[in-house]
Design a protein around this ligand. Structure first.
Ligand SMILES: [Zn+2]
Ligand SMILES: [Zn+2]
Length: 289
């Protein structure tokens, strides 16, 4: 393994524990127990495990049942919905071609998400939303249909809605408005600018910042963080993706949350304990832990 792919060293522990509001333990190396222990050792005592397809959503629900420190969300990822409808000859999962299943297959998958969303240890529905980066125009209709269905499921079960919004800000905001957003809505890996943060603030949407807010070219994200109401700010890893600087390119995991919390505290001009206290309360409120 090249040295730049080694796991970054554990950061100095946080004094005030926080939750990683969005992670994918099933895509990280090592066991769940190891990942949770490493995270807890630096003050990341809770994680939200996010499902992206049926298998991952079932796994998230079971892992939350097995571990006090894990809460689950369940969904079909915005890039998963078109794959179910149209099939996936060379998609990112690389698990081979899937037969196109049409709208009926999507409905069946959504019914299973609905069943999982009813479980008491499942705290949210997501990640859902729109992704115009990985999915082309031919997948838009399936994606939007799936997004609307997830909003309805979240509202009916009184769960948080976890939004994945990639290059689709205007349409995500439009669909939320048309459907009526659930009481608790979280923009995971917040990627809008300061103007969009004002819109989210007015709507009461939570904004969860990931390691990419530390990147050199991410000034618009830092500008958004600077104007977001403190009570709507969350932190996440989206691990194994988006490892914060200076570890960009190396594997991410929940134990690296303190790196991002410190970068966020600097942007807000807050000491890290004050920010961690706010984030901790916000995450518990957003997901109803
Ligand atoms: Zn996402
Ligand atoms: Zn994610």
């Amino acid at each position: 393994m090249p040295s730049n792919a080694e796991a970054p060293p554990p950061p100095t522990p946080l004094r005030v524990p926080v939750a990683d509001s969005h992670t994918h333990l099933d895509m990280q190396s090592g066991t769940v127990e190891e990942g949770l222990a490493k995270a807890a050792s630096v003050g990341v005592t809770t994680v939200v495990q996010v499902g992206c397809d049926l298998k991952g959503s079932r796994w998230a629900a079971q892992t939350a049942l097995d571990h006090e420190a894990v809460h689950a969300t369940v969904a079909l990822h915005p890039n998963e919905a078109p794959r179910i409808v149209h099939g996936d000859p060379d998609g990112w999962s690389r698990q081979g071609a899937r037969q196109p299943g049409g709208d009926g297959a999507l409905d069946e998958a959504l019914a299973e998400i609905d069943r999982l969303a009813a479980l008491s240890h499942v705290k949210g529905v997501g990640e859902t939303g729109l992704d115009y980066f990985r999915t082309g125009p031919e997948g838009k209709a399936a994606q939007e249909r799936s997004f609307r269905a997830h909003i309805e499921i979240a509202k009916r079960h009184g769960k948080a809605l976890v939004i994945h919004d990639r290059d689709a800000h205007a349409d995500v905001l439009r669909v939320l408005k048309e459907e009526g957003a659930p009481e608790r809505t979280v923009f995971h890996c917040y990627s809008g600018d300061a103007a969009m943060a004002e819109i989210c603030a007015r709507a009461g949407y939570y904004m969860s910042f990931a390691g990419n807010m530390t990147f050199k070219n991410a000034q618009p994200l830092r500008d958004a963080l600077a104007v977001a109401p403190l009570e709507l700010v969350l932190v996440e890893t989206d691990a194994p993706f988006l490892t914060p600087a200076p570890y960009r390119g190396r594997p991410n995991a929940p134990y690296l949350i303190p790196v991002t919390v410190r970068a966020m505290a600097a942007v807000r001009g807050l000491d890290e304990d004050a920010l961690a206290t706010a984030i901790s309360a916000n995450t518990a409120r957003a997901f109803d832990f």
